[in-house]
Design a protein around this ligand. Structure first.
Ligand code: SF4
Ligand code: SF4
Length: 170
């Protein structure tokens, strides 16, 4: 069966609503299409003060294919919105407390948002109400994702893996 599935808007990157989190938090590797090596938690040298990319129109010729291909699946704008809600700002340059919180939360947000995308796609392809309900339950917890304990994280990881396992065997 050929099923065309599109991710909903909240599961796609919206860089216009994000504080350029992927341009500062993760490390880059020149061998993976990021132009140069960059340590984690350090702004890209092409990132402008307004959180926009200074070479956006020339990413591929400048060797940044990785930036074109990357999609955080909506984790960036979701985390930016949570920071604004919590601190009144997502300005990691001006607010060290905001930077610490964002930098610590980003990997967890990326992972949980990827689980959400996988569950959402699987629910659509399989026509599964159970998977849809699990995706809805996970999404409802999004404000708590950055503060999950290790046990809560492990619990969700196990639930998502168990829910998706039957589809992987088909
Ligand atoms: S983290 Fe996501 S939304 Fe933010 S700038 Fe990067 S790709 Fe865009
Ligand atoms: S090149 Fe542009 S899009 Fe890529 S990390 Fe640097 S500022 Fe971000």
């Amino acid at each position: 069966m050929n099923v065309a599935v599109r991710l909903p808007a909240h599961l796609k990157a919206d860089c216009s609503a994000c504080a350029a989190l992927c341009c500062v938090i993760p490390p880059f590797d020149a061998l993976q299409g990021f132009g140069f090596d960059k340590p984690a938690e350090t702004p890209c040298q092409h990132l402008c003060a307004d959180h926009r990319c200074g070479i956006h129109e020339a990413l591929i010729p400048r060797g940044f294919e990785g930036c074109v291909a990357f999609d955080c699946l909506g984790a960036g704008q979701r985390l930016t919105a949570l920071a604004v809600e919590r601190f009144g700002s997502a300005d990691w340059r001006a607010r060290p407390d905001v930077a610490r919180w964002l930098f610590a939360a980003y990997p967890r947000m990326r992972e949980a948002q990827e689980w959400l995308a996988r569950l959402t796609l699987a629910a659509t392809v399989a026509g599964s109400d159970e998977l849809k309900a699990l995706a809805t339950e996970l999404a409802a917890q999004a404000p708590q994702w950055p503060g999950w304990s290790a046990a809560e994280h492990a619990g969700w990881q196990a639930r998502v893996a168990a829910a998706l396992a039957p589809l992987a065997r088909e």
